[in-house]
Design a protein around this ligand. Sequence first.
Ligand code: TIU
Length: 222
Amino acid sequence: MTRTVAAQPFGYPFDLATTALLIIDMQRDFVEPGGFGASLGNDVVPLQAIIPTVQRVLQAWRDAGGFVVHTREGHRPDLSDCPPAKRERGQPSLRIGDVGPMGRVLIRGEPGHAIVPELAPIDGELVIDKPGKGAFYATPLNEALQAKGITHLVVMGVTTEVCVQTTMREANDRGYSCLLVEDGTASYFPAFKDATLAMIRAQGAIVGWTAPSQALLDALHA
Ligand code: TIU
């Protein structure tokens, strides 16, 4: 059954059986004080604010029987998958691998690396650990989606212009049709979020579509 979301720049048609809900990096390291995002000098409040919306969409998607994928940005404890250029970038108060209030920053298995409890994955959902900003780089994501016959991705998460946009561009080049949930994504920089939404849907959905969560929920319940 094909459903259509009232989206921009025009309707987004999808079939639940061939669409995955992709939730990007809703980890404590990005949305809580003392994590990676805060160490870069950012205010995490705008990111925390989307948790209830992401939770509402996630619950509706689960109730409808849709496939869910969560991603986590992070590195192995020995940092062998962290390019020195990434670790050395900027002048953070804590670098990747340093010990902070939520354990070693952006390291797999540490408390800060975990997805926030409100959005914790459940049995049957795929969790992809990624060393980069894009979820397709150096991960088994594409193969896992192909094996399930997934052609469409509904995307939420943080941050809009970094890991979300990078992942949507990677997905678009691999042939996936992507919808970004406007109030299910956030940036430390509101202007960057607005610009990203505009550039994604420009030129006739050159990267993908955008829609408010209510439009997606309406299509799911139709
Ligand atoms: N810094 C920033 O905006 N984002 C990241 O480093 N990672 C993600 O977006 N997940």
